[in-house]
Design a protein. Structure first.
Length: 411
């Protein structure tokens, strides 16, 4: 241990003799470590942002939409005809073992008024299960109940964007807002979710009991009063997603009397697959950015090798003198190797500080989400030290195996 400490002190003294050269040599390592930490932070932040968006959509979510149908040989577009009903939702909840909850919904644009303020937003008629499926929590008040749905109660739950535009910073719970000329009592405010993966504001919404929305705000389907626009389905777990989808498709085909060979009149979307692809892309981007940044570390390592070779040449007589007074091969080897590692380790430590600062600046000025993990810092630091060992070994070995007589004669 004492020998290692002495070697480090000798290395530091040797590096201090040529401060500018040592600083420029470390610059490659500093830039490399800082780039690795910052770029991996950007990639990790992007992955975390996608995961947060996935969570904001809902857990184990499957969406069932009306599909296209043919009428007199003409294929109508998806959703042109309401093919899903509240009874379909009840049947799925009762007969599909892999499904834990189902919420039918209808939606439409509305103008809502409170006092002298008004706001155009989206009203969505849902059941209480919707809150569980979408992982909603209440910022204030409470969600409406099944009794409110049965009674078609004139109650509403508001998103944060609607609250800000109508009520400002005050709590609207208990206040009365006018939606399409119908007075509604605000019973609660949803905890903000932010933007969806498609960029839509998830907080710009009003949730109503589905019966109230149909009867008093959006209007019921003339052909089928129980028709709905969407079924939001929650599988019992991540592993049950595919099974739940298969069970629903089989049940809906049976309920809609779709014969074998005929196209479905509904569309099932498993959002997990889409988001998993996005998350995988973000992870690949993180690895790619880290790999590109690592090139800077290799360039820095080549700089260390170059400077150490120059140092060996400059100190040839010194090496010869040390050998003449009894220094062994391993002593010379360890001295120059410690010098190389000291350069890379000091550069790595400064690079960590620079990388953290770069990540903070990227977040502040570019408004990108960055997330620096202790693991990325540790990996960058260890890699920088290994670079010093790898690129410092050849110059150190060259110094250690110099012929003492030739070294003493060197001018």
């Amino acid at each position: 241990m004492n020998k290692l400490v002495a070697s480090v002190k000798i290395a530091l003294r040797a590096l201090m003799v040529n401060r500018t050269r040592s600083a420029l040599t470390m610059l490659g390592i500093i830039i490399g470590v800082a780039a690795v930490i910052a770029m991996v932070g950007v990639g990790t932040g992007a992955t975390a942002r996608i995961q947060a968006q996935i969570q904001s959509i809902g857990s184990n979510l499957i969406i069932v939409l009306p599909g296209s149908i043919s009428s007199n040989g003409v294929r109508l577009g998806s959703g042109a005809v309401a093919t899903l009903t509240e009874d379909d939702a009840k049947a799925i909840a009762a007969e599909c073992p892999s499904v834990s909850a189902v919420a039918p919904s209808v939606r439409g644009g509305v103008q809502v008024v409170y006092g002298s303020n008004n706001w155009a937003t989206t009203a969505q008629g849902v059941t209480p299960e919707y809150m569980t499926i979408r992982d909603y929590t209440m910022l204030s008040g409470a969600f409406f109940t099944s009794q409110d749905v049965d009674a078609a109660a004139k109650v509403a739950v508001l998103g944060e964007t609607v609250v800000q535009n109508l009520f400002g910073d005050s709590d609207p719970t208990g206040q009365v807002a006018i939606i399409k000329n119908v007075p509604f009592t605000v019973v609660g405010v949803l905890t903000p979710k932010g933007q969806s993966p498609s960029g839509q504001d998830q907080d710009d919404i009003i949730l109503l009991p589905i019966s109230t929305a149909k009867q008093k705000v959006l209007g019921a389907n003339q052909a089928n009063a129980k028709a709905v626009g969407t079924l939001m389905v929650q599988a019992s777990g991540p592993a049950a997603m595919d099974q739940a989808q298969q069970e629903m498709e089989a049940l809906l085909r049976e309920r809609h009397r779709i014969l074998e060979g005929q196209d479905d009149d509904f569309t099932v979307r498993n959002l997990t697959e889409v988001f998993a692809a996005q998350e995988s892309s973000a992870q690949v981007m993180s690895i790619l950015l880290g790999a590109i940044a690592s090139v800077s570390l290799l360039v820095g390592g080549i700089g260390i090798m170059n400077i150490m070779l120059v140092s060996v040449t400059e100190r040839t007589r010194e090496i010869g003198l040390r050998q003449a007074v009894g220094a062994k091969t391993r002593d010379i080897l360890s001295q120059f190797l410690v010098e190389a590692v000291t350069l890379s380790v000091l550069g790595g430590m400064i690079g960590i500080v620079a990388g953290l600062a770069a990540s903070a600046l990227i977040s502040h000025f570019a408004h990108w989400s960055t997330q620096v993990s202790p693991l990325s810092i540790l990996m960058a630091f260890v890699f920088s030290a290994l670079v010093g060992v790898f690129f410092g070994y050849y110059p150190a070995r060259k110094a250690a195996y110099l012929d003492p007589i030739e070294a003493l004669r060197y001018e």
